[in-house]
Design a protein. Structure first.
Length: 176
């Protein structure tokens, strides 16, 4: 009985490695394999610039991601303002000529009627800040006055009697 007890006590104090071959395999898998995994990951990360998903032009997509936040655009402040019809043809006709995305068609009095009833200021505010599927038109290629002229032109074609916005008068000090 004591022999059996002695063998069991000896087995309880030994580890899972019983032979030198097991020790060699344990060393290999514990140290060598992780080193190869780390080398492979480093190679993958540093191998080349990766394109952004969906980017057709990698250089352009990188330039867009690292561009400065603000931009300065210099415009001629003294250029003559465009008329409503000209702004409509250049900016608004893409959607309003065909009624795209629920926009009222040019000259459709029934579609423009509820908008005309809200008044010119509300109509111009919607044009400048955007409404529904229409994006904001203010701050783009045309000044707010020019966008207002286009809104008046479209509303007048549907039966409104809005006056086209005038250019702001120059301050008296600037004229002198």
């Amino acid at each position: 009985m004591s022999d059996n007890h002695h063998d069991q006590a000896h087995d309880d104090h030994t580890g899972p490695v019983k032979t030198p071959m097991q020790m060699l395999l344990l060393s290999f898998f514990s140290f060598v394999v992780p080193i190869f995994i780390i080398i492979g990951l480093v190679y993958y990360v540093t191998s080349a610039n990766k394109e952004a998903p969906g980017a057709a032009d990698a250089e352009k997509s990188v330039a867009l991601r690292i561009q400065k936040i603000g931009a300065v655009e210099v415009r001629d402040a003294n250029r003559p303002l465009k008329g409503g019809e000209e702004v409509y043809k250049a900016q608004c006709s893409a959607c309003h000529a065909v009624g795209a995305a629920g926009s009222p068609k040019f000259g459709d009095a029934s579609a423009w009627g509820p908008r005309i009833k809200t008044g010119f200021d509300s109509l111009m505010n919607s044009a400048i800040k955007g409404k529904g599927a229409m994006g904001a038109q203010g701050g783009g290629d045309y000044s707010d006055i020019e966008v207002g002229r286009a809104a008046a032109y479209m509303a007048n074609a549907a039966g409104a009697k809005f006056a086209e916005p005038k250019a702001p008068a120059a301050p008296a000090e600037a004229v002198k």
